[in-house]
Design a protein around this ligand. Structure first.
Ligand code: SAH
Ligand code: SF4
Length: 354
């Protein structure tokens, strides 16, 4: 993480200097639009109402929008279908920057889709196992760009209806480093007049920015939280995730306590297994100890390290992963192994690199 006082991630998105994106507007921002604000909002946010030639709005409303706002979406410039059904998509933003997202259909009979989306161009956090971290940070995405990313994916690859969508902020960037824009995007995506995606189907994954976790805990609507833990001692965690030097495991655990789970809500804990770094049975025991009385409100996701040229870390042997999993289960943890999707097209976790 950068230690300078000027935070590069505070740089405004370029649209702040030009016309802002219409897809970043809430109904209250559309009060002056010809016709009802709610109608214009829903035409912007419901891709199944769009026509070939664009938004299904009368000329007056279209001209009103075009005078102050940009109604173009991020452009899908590359699409890489993987053998497993997932598709990695590269999107080009207005200033030419590129971001990546992954479209992951689940079960053919009951078609549901998980969209893994980006929150920043690059990332400032510098985790040593992550390809995005190796890029450094370029800039934040605006709320309009985050929403536009979702709409562009749906328009290109489906699904037609939003009830089948799950969103995970697990693409490029640290969403809590861009909390205001990410939260505004969530308000728009969750709005009943738009896609109406339930907050139970929106997960924000963080490397552990404690003040932002505490702030998000009190925000409405509140998405589900995932924490990338990835180590069980402060020494090891600070080595692989520099953010731990600022907010350590003890502070993180307090922040999770303060989060306060709603009925039925779970905390997701992501743990990337790195051979020789965090994959011993002692690590599994320490992880279970650290969880303590969170025992009933969590799901641990073990992730195989996706190897890439920007990191020397390797994934552990399968027996080692199995032993780690068995130990956690024996300690009463709820744990699954993540099936990495899109590996063959560099679309899996931590491989998103421009
Ligand atoms: N910045 C956020 C969200 C994006 S990263 C965060 O760190 O949580 C999404 C997930 O990918 C995180 O859990 C991260 O630990 C994991 N990840 C990063 N690099 C990886 C790699 N090379 N292999 C497997 N998972 C990785
Ligand atoms: Fe950023 Fe997450 Fe990658 Fe860490 S793991 S560098 S926080 S994207």
């Amino acid at each position: 993480m950068s230690t300078t006082t000027a935070n590069p991630w505070d740089a405004p998105a370029p649209e702040a200097q030009g016309r802002p994106s219409a897809f970043g507007l809430l109904p209250e921002d559309l009060e002056g639009a010809p016709g009802r604000a709610a109608h214009v909002f829903s035409r912007l946010q419901r891709p199944w109402t769009w026509r070939e030639e664009g938004l299904c709005l009368n000329r007056e409303a279209r001209e009103w929008l075009a005078a102050s706002y940009d109604t173009s979406l991020p452009v899908v410039v590359e699409s890489h279908p993987s053998e497993d059904g997932a598709t990695k998509v590269v999107l080009r933003l207005r200033d030419g920057e590129r971001i990546e997202a992954v479209h992951m259909p689940r079960e053919v009979r009951n078609p549901r889709v998980t969209l893994c989306i980006s929150s920043q161009v690059g990332c400032a956090m510098g985790c040593t196992f992550c390809a995005t971290g190796a890029m450094g940070i370029k800039r934040n995405l605006s709320a309009g760009e985050i929403v536009g990313q979702v709409l562009a994916l749906i328009r290109t690859l489906g699904p037609e209806r939003p009830h089948a969508i799950t969103l995970v902020f697990m693409g490029m960037g640290e969403p809590l480093h861009n909390l205001d824009n990410v939260h505004r995007a969530i308000r728009i995506l969750n709005h009943p007049g738009g896609l109406n995606i339930s907050t139970r189907r929106i997960t924000v994954s963080t490397s552990g920015l404690v003040p932002a976790i505490e702030k998000l805990a009190r925000m409405e609507p509140r998405p589900w939280l995932a924490l990338s833990l990835n180590a069980t001692t402060d020494e090891a965690r600070s080595r692989v995730m520099p953010v731990n030097r600022v907010w350590n495991l003890g502070r993180l655990r307090e922040a999770l306590d303060a989060w306060g789970l709603a009925p039925g809500e779970k905390l997701l804990l992501e743990y990337v297994l790195l051979a020789g770094e965090n994959d011993t049975l002692e690590d599994a025991d320490r992880l279970a100890d650290w969880l303590g009385d969170l025992r009933h409100g969590h799901n641990i996701n073990l992730i195989r390290m996706n190897e890439h040229p920007a990191s020397d870390f390797r994934q552990p042997a399968e027996e080692r992963l199995q032993a780690f999993l068995d130990r956690l289960k024996a300690r009463g943890c709820f744990v699954t192994v993540r099936k990495s999707r899109g590996r063959d097209v560099q679309g899996a976790c931590g491989q998103l690199l421009k």
